[in-house]
Design a protein around this ligand. Structure first.
Ligand code: SF4
Ligand code: SF4
Length: 270
């Protein structure tokens, strides 16, 4: 297109005003098209112009169906990225309330509903739209996994895989709803995110945030890991047996270690 344009400019053709020299097309144009008549060069230039346009539009149409979708989604994903300190975890108001009642800072509400709320997430339905947007924005570059200390020490955890698993599950759910096999309101295919992500993976996470720091598009794989773990521990009452003494100690003593003394008793009297 530019080669033909340069030739036509040099001939003073109508509609082809001077644009200045192009680095490559200024010498390639005359070499390729210098021997053609004006009409043929205009045809070459117009063909090149439409080819550019259809290539760009064609790629835009293909984009949502390809792995390159992350190029577009990286913008909204970065815009909606969390601005609070990375180490700050999302609070669970129900648990906080229980702890405050336990410590005598709040009185129990006699009117409160008796049913136990569900904690964490076990499927894409209980993840937030931001978690799902992040799953689709992942470029699969692997920087998070390269920085993950659990992965580096041979544990079965890859934050990159966590993001890809969430996306795969979202794809599966979306395809079933689109095909009319399931409805969004009553979705039940007998599967969950735990069919993609094993407990061994989520137990290996040290919540160090290295993956969050490493991600070039501000994705937070840790948030999903923490939500899965909260579901497993708090909603399913499952989890590794050797974690139970720690949970009991926190509940009874307010510390991770089983201490017979009050936690603050070491302080100077008074
Ligand atoms: S927060 Fe968990 S997944 Fe992320 S780098 Fe640390 S150990 Fe790995
Ligand atoms: S660093 Fe970010 S973009 Fe790269 S694989 Fe991990 S989550 Fe995806």
């Amino acid at each position: 297109m530019n080669g033909g344009d340069q030739v036509l400019q040099s001939r003073g053709a109508e509609h082809y005003g001077p644009t200045g020299a192009f680095a490559v097309s200024s010498w390639l144009g005359p070499v390729l098209f210098g021997g053609l008549g004006d009409g043929a060069v205009v045809a070459v230039e117009r063909f090149g112009w439409w080819l550019h346009l259809f290539t760009v539009f064609g790629f835009l149409c293909y984009l949502p169906y390809s792995k390159h979708l992350h190029i577009l989604l990286a913008f909204p994903n970065t815009w909606y990225a969390r601005l609070t300190p990375k180490g700050e975890m999302a609070n669970m108001p129900d648990v906080q309330k229980e702890v405050r009642i336990m410590m005598g800072l709040e009185q129990p509400d006699p009117e409160a509903p008796a049913e136990v709320p569900e904690f964490g997430a076990n499927d894409v339905f209980s993840l937030s739209w931001k978690n799902l947007l992040q799953a689709y924005s992942c470029t699969e570059c692997g920087r998070c996994t390269a920085a993950c200390p659990a992965n580096l020490t041979g544990k079965k955890l890859s934050p990159r895989k966590i993001m890809m698993d969430v996306r795969d599950r979202a794809e599966e759910v979306g395809a079933a709803i689109a095909a009319g096999r399931q409805t969004q309101e009553n979705y039940a295919d007998g599967k969950s995110l735990f069919d993609y992500i094993t407990p061994e993976e989520i137990h290996a996470c040290t919540t160090c945030n290295a993956c969050v720091e490493a991600c070039p598009v501000l994705i937070n794989p840790l948030d999903i890991i923490v939500q899965l773990r909260r579901y497993e521990i708090l909603t399913q009452s499952a989890g590794p047996a050797d974690w139970l003494p720690m949970f009991n100690a926190i509940e009874n003593n307010g510390a991770a270690w089983a201490m017979s003394e009050e936690r603050a008793a070491w302080r100077a009297p008074g």
